[in-house]
Ligand binder design. Structure first.
Ligand SMILES: Cc1ncc(COP(=O)(O)O)c(C=O)c1O
Length: 382
């Protein structure tokens, strides 16, 4: 049975009335009949989550091919929880340089305040990462495609090095959502996702998840989550679960629209390069084809050298593309990224001709979106 079918049939709504969806139990207190049950090992308090959270965890385990799942309030918290669960003061962690900016900030600012040192490495390093391992290196944090720059890592080569050196590998799989990429199948130990993006899919809730197949790591994550008081409320969990039922169908549309617009952009005279791993022109296209099952609607392009006033005219002319953070919803978005790029020396993104623009292709008709881009490019020249 395909994942999409299984996700629709994980339902556990079996109250006095059987509904298709689980009940959203808005509760902190759970009333319990006996002392034995009160102090037993059931889920006895709202922070641990109730029916809807259990069903969301089960559906996410199907998507990621995982045995254990822990929910968090947002995606960044899933990164913080996963790293917090496996590292302690005095440890060292290797961090891919193209991870999501706030995750990188957490590694350099928060972890160092906790006595944990982080070293950033070029995401294209492959098994060369072995040379960076120190005596106290305990973990390695990966993300592919890289945030903003869409570089693809050789994940199996890196996880092989991690296993040989007893490092715990962690992977932010928000782009791959499980449906397009299953890092646990490639030897990764822990996967994190921002449910805020494609799982919720409608830009109206936030959430995160940490998944693993290791009972030992799941226990460490559970204890850290308990200690930090991490939870995902029932309404947000419900929206993420509801989003998952249509994830496969939405992704197909995001993917098709993404390809159409990426190819159109490639042919434009204003554009120097399109950074979409599914295009043959992408430098790691072969790696992507080997390790991923499909694409979504998120990619970037590099403009030819463009003066700032012209860039502003382009951005402000946009009618259908909104300018705002996040992605994965039904709406198309576009942001200039130069203000938030912070990459180590030697990263190929330093060599770009003009501004880096990230595009999220939503569920609108792609031809309408192309018309919007066309008139915005024209506005640049006025
Ligand atoms: C790759 C990636 N990981 C994690 C996050 C963080 O998710 P959240 O905004 O839910 O904290 C984001 C958000 O943009 C992201 O793009």
């Amino acid at each position: 049975m395909k994942d999409e079918t299984k996700i629709i049939h994980t339902r556990s709504g079996r109250g006095p009335v059987e509904t298709v969806n689980p009940p959203v139990e808005r509760g902190s207190t759970v009333l319990l009949p006996t002392r034995e049950i009160l102090y037993g090992d059931g889920k006895v308090y709202g922070r641990m989550g109730l029916t809807v959270q259990r069903e969301l965890e089960a559906a996410l385990c199907i998507l990621e091919n995982a045995k254990h799942c822990r929910l968090t309030a947002n995606g960044l918290q899933s990164i913080a929880l996963a790293l917090g669960a496996v590292l302690k003061s005095g440890d060292h962690v290797l961090v891919s340089d193209s991870i999501y900016g706030p995750s990188r900030r957490y590694c350099t600012r928060r972890l160092s305040a906790m006595g944990i040192m982080a070293t950033r490495f070029n995401p294209l390093i492959g098994d060369g990462v072995e040379a960076l391992i120190e005596d106290n290196t305990k973990a390695i944090l990966l993300e592919s495609p890289g945030s903003l720059t869409f570089d693809i890592m050789d994940t199996p080569a890196i996880t092989k090095v991690a296993q040989a050196n007893k490092l715990i590998s962690l992977f932010d799989n928000t782009w791959g959502v499980g449906a397009l990429h299953k890092p646990l199948d490639l030897g990764v130990d822990i996967v994190m996702q921002a449910l805020t993006k494609y799982p919720v899919g409608h830009a109206d809730a936030m959430g995160g998840a940490v998944l693993t197949n290791s009972a030992r790591l799941a226990n460490q994550i559970a204890m850290c989550s308990e200690d930090w008081g991490i939870s995902l409320g029932p309404d947000d969990a419900y929206l993420a679960l509801r989003g998952l039922r249509s994830l496969g169908t939405r992704l197909k549309q995001h993917e098709a629209g993404g390809y159409q617009i990426a190819k159109w952009l490639e042919a434009r005279s204003e554009v120097d390069a399109v950074l979409h791993p599914g295009l043959a022109s992408h430098p790691e296209h072969a790696l992507w084809k080997r390790d991923f099952q499909g694409a979504n609607g998120l990619f970037a392009f590099i403009m030819k050298a463009t003066p700032e006033p012209a860039l502003d005219k382009f951005l402000e002319a946009m009618q259908l593309f909104g300018m705002g953070f996040s992605w994965g919803g039904f709406e198309s978005l576009l942001i200039p990224c130069d203000d938030q790029l912070d990459r180590i020396e030697g990263d190929r993104i330093h060599e770009r001709a003009g501004p880096l623009i990230r595009v999220h292709v939503g569920l609108e008709d792609p031809n309408d979106l192309i018309d919007d881009l066309e008139q915005a490019f024209a506005a640049m020249k006025v």
